[in-house]
Design a protein around this ligand. Sequence first.
Ligand code: CTP
Length: 402
Amino acid sequence: MTVLQDKNILIAVSGSIAAYKTAFLVRSFIKQGAEVKVIMTDAAALFVSPLTFSTLSKNEVYTNVTDGHAWNNHVELGLWADAMIVAPATANTLAKMANGISDNVIVTTYLSAKCPVFIAPAMDRDMWLHPSTQNNIELLRSFGDKIIPVGDGELASGLEGKGRMAEPDEIVDFIKASISKKKVLLNKKVVITAGPTYEKIDPVRYIGNHSSGKMGLALAESCAERGAEVQLILGPNHLTVNHPNIHVTPVQSAQEMYNASHKFFENSDITIMAAAVADYRPANPMDSKMKKKEGDLSIQLERTLDIAASLGKIKKEHQILIGFALETDNELQHAQKKLTKKNFDFIVLNSLKDKGAGFKHNTNKITIVSKENSSKKFELKSKAEVAEDIVSEIIVLLNDKI
Ligand code: CTP
């Protein structure tokens, strides 16, 4: 029996030539024992007939909000589904989903769905790479939707590159992995620090850094999806956290992050230090706004506490502690030194020399350096995919400890 046995799968088809592959996708789900229903836009029906999908799924196909028995059928469908898969998802459909423009059956159903939503984008290379599409993808990710990576190769336009919808088998595997990975971290307590810290100069000024918190949030989501209870200790940021297993403690300063980390650490199984913590703070923060005076200004700084190192000192045998190192030169050496000094189980190194890695990007390129001083290099990937790689390594460590 597969994990898809008796699962209710709702497939939403939008208007792209890749819709022909969705016919095979429906077949695959049926073969795995799932019950499948299909909804599609009018544009999708120009590529593949609704009759094809209703014959394959043995269910009525809806192309219109008012199809079926009642106008509010989309609510029922959204509640019926154990998983909703938008395949192919065109740039237009992605944009509508990201912004709640519910003028077709896919978006009205999407807004009603309570189940996990998987999105398999399909479009031309330049449309895929456009910042508008990439922003919509990030928005959808921030809602908790799963993006199935696009393929690379020949496109219908004749161009070469990224934008092809994943193959039906890849989509099914992605969804099966997502469903079955749920249990791996069940009952595990995870603590994650993320984002920057702001160190007060006066009531209107601070010393901070460019960390967005995205890597830490992606890690929190990856652990939460696998069933862990996650305490996310989060510095100032603009992120939306949207998972019932992720509990956020918002903090401002390194000292607040230190206090929160120590509060949760004792009961934790896994702790990931993804925050960019300020190493120094103003020694004498002002309670009222500093006025400018003639001449230059020096601000006396004092050291903040090293949260990771302090946890490394009290770490117990069963606990796993993971660190990050953002370096610009002698990367491997610096990472190895931090790994030992802070008593990490492994350290995730990213170099600012790598294009697309580090702060502000939606992508990252990492090397995992372990205690045995072995290092494992990964390709440039989305932060969500990088989080999957890191969490997979943690699970290997966890299994070694059992
Ligand atoms: N870290 C921490 N508390 C601090 C400073 C760093 O918990 N006060 C954690 C970071 O979250 C990261 C790791 O320690 O996981 C490495 O941080 P980094 O700033 O790169 O290391 P430092 O030891 O501060 O070294 P340097 O700034 O000299 O590179």
